[in-house]
Design a binder for this molecule. Structure first.
Ligand code: C2E
Ligand code: MG
Ligand code: MG
Ligand code: MG
Length: 287
C-alpha cells in the first residue's frame, strides 16, 4: 500500500508541476505584453536620516497595474521575469524611468533593485552607461541594490560587472542582509557602499536578544568596513529607536513612508527642498 501511495503522490506532484509550469508561462506572456502596453509603474519609497528624519534617498519599487486582473506584487512576478530573462528588459525600463523621474530631486539618492539575471548579463554595464548618458542622471546619486544571490551564482562575472559600474561612479548596496548566508568575506570582497538590514532581522531584533546581538554585530562589521547601514521595514517607534541607537544611519519603513506614486514623492521632496532652502537663506540673512 505504501508503494502505491508513494506512486500516487508522485503523480500528483508531477501534475502540479505541469500546472505550475503552465501558470508561469502564462504569467510570463502577460508580463511581456505589460511591458509593451506600459502597464508598469515605478513607485518610490523615501528613506530617512535616522537622526533628523529628513528624506535622504528613495527606493524605486516596481508596480504592475493589470487592466482587469488582480493586483500582483513584485515578489510574485519578478521571479517569473527572472526565470525567462524578461527581467533584463524590465530592469532597464525601471532604470530609465527612475533616472528620468528623480532628475530634479536635488541631492537625494536614487536606489534601484537589480536582479541576479541582470548582473550576470555581460551587456548590463554598457546598457547602464547608455541610460546614464541618455538621462543625464548624476552617477554618484544612483545606488544599485543587489542581493547575495546575484553574487553567489556567478561571483566572477558579478565582480567584473560591479567594477565597471563603479567606474561610472555608481554606488552598490547589499539588500536584504540577514536573510541568507552572506559572509564577512563577501562584504569585504565586494566593498558595498551600503548594507540594508532586512525587515525580518529588524522585527526579530525587537523581540529576542540573540537577533539583537546579530543585528549589532552586523552593524559593527559594516562600520568597520566603512559601509553605511539602512534598516528596512521599520513600522514602530520602538523599532526606530532600536535601530538608531544600534547605529543605523538610514531608516526605511512604513512608520515614516510607504511607497508612493511619482507625483506624491515629488511634492514631498519639493516641500523639503523648499524648507531647507528657506532655512539656508534665513541663516544667510542673520549672518
Ligand atoms: P526590497 O528591495 O527589499 O524592497 C523593500 C520591500 O519592503 C518593498 O516591497 C517595500 O514596499 C516593503 N516595505 C518597505 N517598508 C516596509 C514596512 O515598514 N513594512 C513592510 N511590511 N514592508 C515594507 P515591494 O515593493 O513589494 O517589493 C518587494 C521586492 O520586490 C523588493 O524587495 C525587491 O526585491 C523586488 N523588487 C521591487 N521592485 C523591483 C525592481 O524594479 N527590480 C527588481 N529586480 N526587483 C524589484
Ligand atoms: Mg531593495
Ligand atoms: Mg530590501
Ligand atoms: Mg527586504
Amino acid at each position: 500500500a505504501s508503494k502505491r501511495g508513494g506512486r500516487m503522490r508522485c503523480t500528483w506532484f508531477s501534475e502540479d508541476f505541469d500546472r505550475d509550469r503552465e501558470a508561469v508561462r502564462e504569467l510570463d506572456n502577460e508580463l511581456r505584453s505589460a511591458l509593451a502596453n506600459e502597464e508598469f509603474r515605478v513607485f518610490y519609497q523615501p528613506l530617512v536620516d535616522a537622526d533628523t528624519h529628513k528624506i535622504v534617498a528613495v527606493e524605486a519599487l516596481l508596480r504592475w497595474d493589470r487592466p482587469d486582473g488582480e493586483p500582483i506584487g513584485p515578489n510574485i512576478f519578478i521571479p517569473v521575469a527572472e526565470e525567462s530573462g524578461l527581467i533584463n528588459a524590465i530592469g532597464l525600463w525601471v532604470l530609465r524611468r527612475a533616472c528620468t523621474d528623480a532628475m530634479a530631486w536635488g541631492d537625494i539618492t536614487l536606489s534601484v533593485n537589480i536582479s541576479a539575471a541582470q548582473l550576470r548579463n555581460p551587456e548590463f554595464p554598457v546598457q547602464l552607461g547608455y541610460i546614464l548618458e541618455e538621462t543625464n542622471f548624476p552617477p554618484h546619486r544612483l545606488d544599485l541594490e543587489v542581493t547575495e544571490t546575484c553574487l553567489v551564482l556567478d561571483p566572477v562575472v558579478a565582480e567584473r560587472s560591479l567594477n565597471v559600474i563603479r567606474e561610472f561612479g555608481v554606488n552598490v548596496s547589499l539588500d536584504d542582509f540577514g536573510t541568507g548566508y552572506a559572509s564577512i568575506g563577501f562584504l569585504r570582497q565586494f566593498r558595498f557602499e551600503k548594507l540594508k538590514l532586512d525587515r525580518s532581522l529588524v522585527v526579530q531584533a525587537g523581540m529576542d536578544d540573540g537577533s539583537r546581538a546579530m543585528m549589532l554585530s552586523s552593524i559593527a562589521m559594516a562600520r568597520a568596513l566603512k559601509m553605511g547601514v539602512t534598516a528596512e521595514g521599520v513600522e514602530t517607534e520602538d523599532q526606530a529607536t532600536l535601530v538608531r541607537t544600534a547605529g543605523c544611519d538610514q531608516i526605511q519603513g512604513w512608520l515614516f513612508y510607504k511607497a508612493m506614486p511619482f507625483g506624491e514623492v515629488e511634492a514631498l521632496i519639493g516641500a523639503q527642498n523648499d524648507m531647507m532652502g528657506r532655512q539656508r537663506a534665513g541663516r544667510g540673512n542673520a549672518a
